[in-house]
Design a protein around this ligand. Sequence first.
Ligand code: PHE
Ligand code: ZN
Length: 886
Amino acid sequence: MTSLREGNTPVVKREDYAAPAFLVDSVDLCFDLDPAKTRVLNKMRLRRNPAVAAQPLRLDGEDLNLARVLVNGEGSSFKLEGKQLVLEKLPEGEEPFELEIFTTCAPAKNSKLMGLYVSQGTFFTQCEAEGFRRITYFLDRPDVMASYQVTLRADKAAYPVLLSNGNLVEQGDLDDGRHYARWVDPHKKPCYLFALVAGQLVAREQRIRSRSGGEHLLQVYVRPGDLDKTEHAMNSLMASIAWDEARFGLPLDLERFMIVATSDFNMGAMENKGLNIFNTKYVLANPATATDADYAGIESVVGHEYFHNWTGNRVTCRDWFQLSLKEGLTVFRDQEFSMDMAGSVSARAVKRIEDVRVLRSAQFPEDAGPMAHPVRPDQYAEINNFYTVTIYEKGSEVVRMQQTLVGREGFARGMKLYFERHDGQAVTCDDFAQAIADANPDSELARLLPQFKRWYSQAGTPRLHASGYFDAEARRYTLTLGQSCPATPGQPSKKAFVIPVALGLLDAQGREIEGSARTVVLSETSQTVVFEGIDAAPVPSILRGFSAPVILEHDSSDAELLTLLAHDSDPFNRWEAGQRLALRRALAAVQSADAVHQPLDAAYLDAMRAILRAPELDAAFKELVLTLPGEGYIAEQLDEVDPQRIHAVREAMREQLAHALQEDWIQAFEAHQDNGAFRPDPVSSGRRALAGLALNMLCLAARENGNPVWPGKALQRFKDAGNMTDRVNALSALVGSGSALAQPALERFHALFKGEELVLDKWFALQAGAPDRGGNILPLVKQLMQHPDFHLRNPNRARSLIFSYCNANPGAFHRVDAAGYRFWSERVLEIDAFNPQVAARLARALDRWKKLAEPYRSAAREAIARVAAKADLSNDVREVVTRALA
Ligand code: PHE
Ligand code: ZN
């Protein structure tokens, strides 16, 4: 499907999709596992696709040594064309034939972590998106679904556990200390869902009986020694199974469901059928090593991968342009799952706010930058570059809007129809939306479906313009809603979207005006909403619950925002009002010509104090309200970005909050101490979060007045914390305030957790992400690269140090001397030589360079050009830098 070129990389286009010329009925794989040289025998039954004109069979392969090809048991002629194996002389007609391919590969040398690789002596696979071709020659595309049987053979002492998809049907010993296992997957699947694992592992096991009466064996495999960290993952898995049955009527369709953890993984986790492979980060947790955020991450990722079993595996994608069909939908499902698990209205809102924060701080910039692409992209050079926040998080919002337009029950009906129609098929985003609409023929979604689907085809974040007019005489309030969407690469003009806008009106005292709440469906460029019988100018609460992934432009007064912050019945908009108040002040300070000085006024500080003191509000919610918008989010609001100025302003705001609210921070810290056993539930994690923020603020305040009391308390808490959340919060309070006690605490932390990989990641990340004071962070990062515990080839470790610095610490990364950018370009090139996928993610750190003020802008362009100048870049990095420079 290679047609055009971008730079010098081939581009794949969605419009070029053609059905496969051959179908694979069954695959019988036999592996002789050896780290240096693994032998793979692949016996397939294939047939010509009767719907497609006769043509040669072209199989994908990469980094394979081909030994032999047999067709129906006989030697056959073949050609190697580029990376493809081409067979021209195959049996005519529609009868199935047998194709045997014998290859070898070198898993120990596989540093890309795609295909078959070795991590700490254990074999793992990663096949999505196009890794299966690194295991054997195959029609490596998701619309080719086949039945798999797999035989694994390996040394028994070194690899006692042999796993693959489906059910274990046979196992036994062989000669020479080897043994074997045979697995049969009862479900057809695309090859990207194939998996095997072989090594020294132990499992936590759980037998369950599901609602429908089926019995299942659940297993969580980890390295010996990690078993005490698997309870939360297992609980999350059981909860996911119960939830999918209860909410969507989707049962577990396997007798056995396995999760295996590995320390070397490019992404979070992978939904291979019946054999999910996870980054250890999303499996391992105990109170001493994992934070509340880690616990929440595990719950959502375990849920996410489990939910893929239906949304992704039973119904998969026709081609990779449809990636959001499974990812957007499955993120939506995991978000709903986490919300349902959270329970209370307030805890649900906290989860929603956290999800929106990710969307706005990561996806909005992506949608405004050189890598902007529709939820269903039209082209790519490297599919690995399209596992993006747009496909995932915006994709989820697009599914959420469908639920909003048809209602919760209507959406469940739509899901049911989707599976009735498409179970066992490889389909498109259109098929999904069609099913939801068809199950709800009287809905707004059905009425507006072709227009609604622009969310799949048009990139860019729409602006929602709102303005209100109150006519006292007529007792009428008129709200005018309008929309527009900026150009994105390749899409100069946009058509109107369908935007569900949840809203309501408050009276001047902040009481909800009865009957005013509604969801307006904006489908024109401009529409008015009229409210009759309104006695006084109301305060509109617009885009409640963040009902659409848009930027709301409404110039509400400070007074209105303060009313919303204090009273809105919608917790999301309460939080949002606080963010807007802070943002307004941040932008004013950034844009003023004066030196940065006390950006916050009494009205804002009083409002924050009131929130902190409000007895009816949950701690988790308070922590979110009291956290200022991030530097990246502030930067997005500006046409020209001076990262140092933004950093200085935000730091000044933090210090002001710290000082002005000191008494309340002390109160908050002291009122949120829990001494009982650690539980990661929303209430206690919220209490820890607020206590942690309070401690941070108190140390920050102490920094100026030199008072040693709070740093001393933080150190004490760091030492005797009963869980990792409190410990890391105390440590970051010391590090974040530049306390002299930070260094000894860091040393102690390292000594305490020497053998704990995931905790060491935190240790590196905390230092690389610390506020820069006089340019000290880059030299520290360089020095930490020399630390014996630093391993660039381990993705988690590389992320913890390099990404924490380049992608998450703008105040330290954007240096006037350009040294941060030089460091970045060196690391991109260094990593690209062994792991292009990870390198390409790092390469995105300078996506927004065109917005930078001088001298940053020129220096950033130069750094990107330096990367682009390298002749033998991977497709992955080439695509990112080519787009950035375009
Ligand atoms: N499909 C995985 C998920 O979202 C992500 C993934 C993609 C993992 C590619 C590995 C490689 O659940
Ligand atoms: Zn996924």
